[in-house]
Design a protein around this ligand. Structure first.
Ligand code: PBG
Length: 323
């Protein structure tokens, strides 16, 4: 037999051949960009550990959203940095809360852009936990009422989707019931279903000023070594009415994305979180890696693993590198 009949290199010989047989594609359609909204006017504070990302006041967020929409990115996910924090995070469900204001203004100026809101208390509570504290611990069922109120207030402001990230048990059902009871039957829930207790959230907690003042989030976020448990979390969220399920973080959990996408016939989102972004930016800044190429590799890996939606701080940069 003539030496190799199969030569895999035949189809790798130039870029057009490679384009023809490329198995995974990325486009603007895949991305959601996270944005941080803060009080004031004309505010644009750089977030040092997340180069190219800012805490922005509502006016600047609206300008940013117009650009994002013009680039073809379908939506943004909003995080709020409130004026005041308190024990129960009351600004999180106030009609005039920072996120509610931002949603209203974005929907007024850029109505076609999808506005997703993160539903959680940690940015709004004085103690920095994702729920109400009772006897030194986060009280699950008391927290549900506040999360439901927050989700409804976001929907009232015009949010297109709500995304609970708190990891309380039963929150999807509580939010679904509250939305349906207030006329928002068609507001989808994108649930952070398998959210791990991860050190990759470090830069985000600086950006959103949401680090817990005591303890950590291990009693509600998932333990990193577990994977069957993630499937159960997804199954429960779907049974409670989640429309999209999310895995977070993405890179250390690509196996979870793959298992969830293989098992359930629903849209799967993956959150390429702040620490994943920061590691690449920092190494690139030192000249240790080619940041743009590493960015594209990780985004392709998330898509290859099975994510239909990638929430990423790279959304803008990535579009410059997609042919
Ligand atoms: C909680 C929330 C967090 C992130 C998104 N929503 C942080 C946390 O659980 O501490 C992290 C996102 C990121 O790191 O990019 N509201």
């Amino acid at each position: 037999m003539k030496f190799p009949i199969v030569r895999k290199r035949r189809l790798r010989r130039n870029e057009n051949l490679r384009r023809l047989v490329r198995e995974t594609r990325l486009s603007a359609d895949d991305f959601i960009l996270p944005l941080f909204v803060c009080p004031g006017r004309g505010v644009k504070n750089a977030i040092l550990s997340m180069p190219g990302n800012y805490q922005m006041s509502v006016d600047n967020i609206v300008t940013e959203c117009r650009e994002i929409s013009n680039m073809g990115i379908p939506g943004v996910i909003l995080f709020g940095i409130p004026e005041h924090k308190d024990e129960v995070g009351s600004e999180s469900y106030s009609t005039d809360g920072i996120v509610q204001q931002a949603v209203r203004e974005i929907k007024k100026s850029v109505p076609e852009l999808l506005v997703i809101t993160d539903v959680c208390l940690c940015e709004y509570t004085s103690h920095g936990h994702c729920g109400v504290i009772k006897e030194g611990d986060v009280d699950n069922d008391e927290t549900l009422k506040l999360l439901a109120a927050q989700a409804v207030s976001h929907a009232e402001a015009g949010a297109d989707l709500v995304a609970p990230s708190d990891m309380m048990d039963g929150r999807v059902a509580a939010i679904r019931t509250a939305l349906d009871g207030t006329g928002f039957d068609y507001t989808p829930i994108m649930a952070y279903s398998a959210k791990y207790c991860s050190a990759f959230y470090g830069p985000f907690r600086d950006a959103a000023q949401s680090a817990p003042r005591f303890g950590d989030r291990r009693s509600y976020q998932m333990d990193p070594p577990n994977s069957d448990e993630a499937l159960k979390e997804v199954e429960l969220d779907l049974a409670e009415g989640a429309d999209i399920v999310m895995i977070k973080p993405a890179l250390a959990y690509l196996d979870i994305i793959y298992r969830v996408k293989s098992r359930f016939e629903v849209p799967v989102a993956a959150y390429n979180v702040s620490g994943e972004f920061a590691c690449i930016k920092a190494a690139a800044e030192k000249g240790w890696i080619d940041g743009d190429r590493v960015m594209m590799e990780v985004l392709y890996s998330i898509k290859r693993a099975g994510a239909d939606i990638i929430i990423t701080y790279f959304a803008r940069d990535a579009l410059e590198h997609i042919q």
